[in-house]
Design a protein around this ligand. Sequence first.
Ligand code: ADP
Ligand code: ZN
Ligand code: ZN
Length: 747
Amino acid sequence: MADQYARVIIDISHEKVDRPFTYRIPDSLSGMVKAGSRVRIPFGSGNRERTGYVVELSSQAGYDRDKIKELTGLVEGSVTAESQLIELAWWMKERYGSTMNQALKTVLPVKQQVKGREKKYLRCLLDSESLSAAYEEAARKKYRARARLLEAFVSTSVIPWETAVSQLNVTQAAVKPLIEKGIVVVESQHQYRNPAETIGRKGESGERAYVNLNPQQKAIADDFCRRYDSGIRETALIHGITGSGKTEVYMEIISHIQENGKESIVLIPEISLTYQTVMRFYRRFGNQVSFINSKMSAGERYDQFERARKGEISIMVGPRSALFTPFLNLGLIVIDEEHESAYKSELSPRYHARETAAFRAKQSGAGLILGSATPSVESYKKAKEGIYRLYTLSERAKKDSRLANAEIVDLRRELAEGNKSIFSRLLQEKIEDRLEKGQQIMLFMNRRGYSNFISCRSCGEAIKCPHCDVTLTLHKDGRLVCHYCGYSTERPKICPSCGSPYLAGFGAGTQKIEAMVQERFPGVKTLRMDMDTTSRKGGHEEILAAFAAGEAQILVGTQMIVKGHDFPNVTLVGILAADISLYAPDFSSGERTFQLLTQAAGRAGRGKTAGDVIIQTYAPDHYSIQAAARQDYQMFFKREMAYRRLLHYPPTWGMVTVQMTCPDEQALAELSGRLEERLKSGLSKLPEVELIGPVNAPIYKLHDLYRKILYLKSENYDILIKIRKWMEDFFDSGESRKDLTVQYDFL
Ligand code: ADP
Ligand code: ZN
Ligand code: ZN
């Protein structure tokens, strides 16, 4: 038999070893080594034993056969991942610029033993009537945790202890009285099975949750399935307003895929991946579903991937990383809320789940469905060009649910007419009205991480870069700086547009807003949801549950509050300063603002009572705000695309950002200067490429590291990839320093 060779990548994350080494496969391992196997190999002159991934098998040695060493052995018990995933890793590395190791670590789950740990479950012994009585009693006595648990038992009789703790925020102390009364028993099982094990049990007894799709929903599901069955594999974009029933459409299609013996992956942004969302899938598909989330340990996630690999489940629900579920017969990938920024990885490879899903779908002959109420301009452009198949859901799925009436309030007028409060007169009126009626209110502050820009409280203008049309950022030394091109200017004393002296930074925090609510509406119960209040495990879920249970009349929060839950009793949403997110120093700030406002507005009027949305803003004429108020996606899209086209921003042009990070400020400056020089001379022959920068990054110094960034724009994507490779060579060619890291980002 001819010799077999394996190309192996060493399991260390360093650029310099980022190429495969060739090893001979010894006869004793013949047939056992596969693409994806982890193997032990002798490495370097000392033949120290290392482990590596096989990325390829070959009968060709590639070079001098006699110098090739042999594999020492297989790493016992490691997953043999599908070669498809390794091929996917290769594609990600090429596409996004990372090491093969980083790409492989992203796509391949690392074996993590869940040590023979005992798994505890809570089982409810009550019938549904006594259960609701027990729930009502707990709710009346304000035993909140207990009430949450009992409520969860309505749809399932068994809940894993861990789920009770992490998702429902229930403590031992809260369960104890239930055990003593014989309402709940604790059971244990040795082996880890399913993160919500028996949630599907109800379903098995014939009580699965189906809705009858309305004609719009049905037309979409039918059309997609018909085309799927005739062998067409394509990307579909479902543009459906908030509450139009997209999830039901996904489930209908998934069910069809299942009948075909194929598997499905459903991506949902982590923040929307609530207990209720997961339960919807369980109720319909029972134990065929599993999910992963970031609160689970690596071992628990690994277990679920193993179950997928063994064919025990056919549907995986999870965030971005669920894309790498090792299904063998993948038939469908769904990406819900496809516009969400969470689908973009912050770690190298900085992949986008949408694009990576497209590659994986193509590889395995699967279909791809994107869904959103506010599709990314990128996806919508493709849909309009016929690259994606476009489906539209234009009505709310529940008969009696209506879209809210939105009104824009001009904060410049409020100031001019003497109201200095952060609540406009109209908003105050509406809040009083709802408080009186015992209905609920959400107050929303769409703050970004850093919103240190300057704007005029009289005319509403934010001070922008004359070259880039993005907001200038206020630095500590008092200068205003453009983070795209480096332009900087003195902080003006009066507004350049109208001469008003009322120039100010922007944006009260949610804590301050909560205090102002209490001052203005004394005695009203409020809840606050932001980074501070949700950082605790389960905090997010707990606050939403408390609000749903009516424990407060007003919920104050950041963008977190606009996701997920239906609150039928919310009839007023107040957006306190709609334009804040417009002034992020970023070309997509208008898009982000439109998405946030539309989602926020979608929170009002989920129930039978029509809701109101009050949008307070200094920029009442901005198209993002106008379009969100009218829930008019088409208007938004047209204006946004005109802006992108004019300034050569994606998706009309491709754009690469290159960020260089170094602890030595001087060295970084010199290196980036040299790179700029070389790039400029090279680019003089490439007029179709625009170079901006290098400039200091938006946060120039972070954790004692200095960061510089440059942008390359071109209509020609391939040229951008070539330039990236050229830069990789530049940094490899001795120009670089050990302490310098370079990060490429494709937009
Ligand atoms: P989206 O994902 O578009 O926001 P959902 O699928 O969550 O919408 O549906 C919103 C609400 O409407 C849910 O409570 C869902 O159960 C309900 N719903 C969806 N489709 C139907 C239907 N055909 N009939 C009745 N209720 C529906
Ligand atoms: Zn002004
Ligand atoms: Zn600029």
